[in-house]
Design a protein around this ligand. Structure first.
Ligand SMILES: C[S@@+](CC[C@H](N)C(=O)[O-])C[C@H]1O[C@@H](n2cnc3c(N)ncnc32)[C@H](O)[C@@H]1O
Length: 249
């Protein structure tokens, strides 16, 4: 339904590529008890804001993996800006196929990209081998605030069983053998900041690139995203980061 280059344009002004504010990112670092020296692997790290901020503010270090060279070069620039370039490393590649050193990370994250393992359960399996004993998995995932009307699935580009409500998401964690120990959820205002701020960016891009052969597809992407957010996403879609223990107590 959408391709990487469209996101690279629409989210060119974003630092966090999800419905998450600076304050929630800070709160997540607190509730996940990210400690000085924590080793973090961030699969589908985007512009690396979480890694860079937790390196600067909490003394963590780590590795981010992403498919987008555009986002990775923004991540490296951000690391320089925050003076943490020696603490974080960004690697280009398919995060679903990334083979990290087994057990080498205290925290393994996948924030808003559970398609890398073909869904939530598969992504947890992708994440687990890199996790040190007693470590944490951080998963950013969509959930349903309430059951949407059937037309919402096509409009939002997902399958009916792809996501669950919050209790159903808990069931999925339990079935995967991980324990939910904390969470930080986005609210409707966070969704608006993530989605509505793209409208402005795309409008400016279209004005600046009237003859670009991609303009028609870019406009269609933005029109679809705006309409689906207003018609369905704002009401029915939730999003949050779930903090999980790799093995239940
Ligand atoms: C919704 S964004 C989230 C980015 C980041 N976690 C954040 O919260 O800012 C999804 C990210 O997944 C990346 N991506 C998509 N498919 C991927 C794959 N197979 N392997 C690695 N990265 C991927 C995109 O380039 C994008 O940066």
């Amino acid at each position: 339904m959408s391709t990487l280059w469209q996101h690279e344009i629409a989210e060119s002004e974003h630092r966090v590529l999800n419905p998450f504010t600076d304050d929630r990112l800070r709160l997540l670092g607190e509730v996940a008890r990210i400690a000085p020296g924590a080793r973090i692997l961030d699969l589908a790290c985007g512009k690396g804001e979480m890694l860079c901020r937790w390196a600067a503010e909490r003394g963590a270090h780590g590795v981010g993996v992403d498919l987008s060279e555009v986002f990775l070069s923004a991540a490296r620039a951000r690391a320089e800006e925050l003076r943490v370039a020696e603490r974080v490393r960004f690697v280009h590649g398919d995060a679903g196929a990334h083979r990290a050193e087994p057990g080498a990370f205290d925290v393994v994250c996948c924030i808003g990209a559970t398609w890398i393992g073909g869904g939530l359960a598969g992504t947890l399996e992708v994440m687990r081998p890199a996790l040190a004993p007693g470590g944490l998995l951080l998963v950013g995932e969509v959930f349903w605030n309430e059951t949407p009307p059937p037309a919402a699935y096509a409009a939002l580009g997902c399958k009916p069983d792809e996501f669950a409500d919050l209790a159903g998401t808990l069931d999925r964690f339990e079935a995967a053998g991980v324990e939910l120990v904390e969470m930080v959820l986005a609210d409707t205002g966070d969704w608006d900041r993530y989605v509505a701020s793209q409208w402005w960016t795309v409008h400016q891009w279209l004005k600046a690139h009237p003859g670009d052969p991609r303009a028609g597809e870019m406009r269609a992407f933005a029109d679809r995203a705006r309409r689906s957010h207003l018609a369905y996403g704002r009401r029915y879609l939730g999003w949050g980061v779930f903090v999980l223990r790799g093995e239940p107590a």
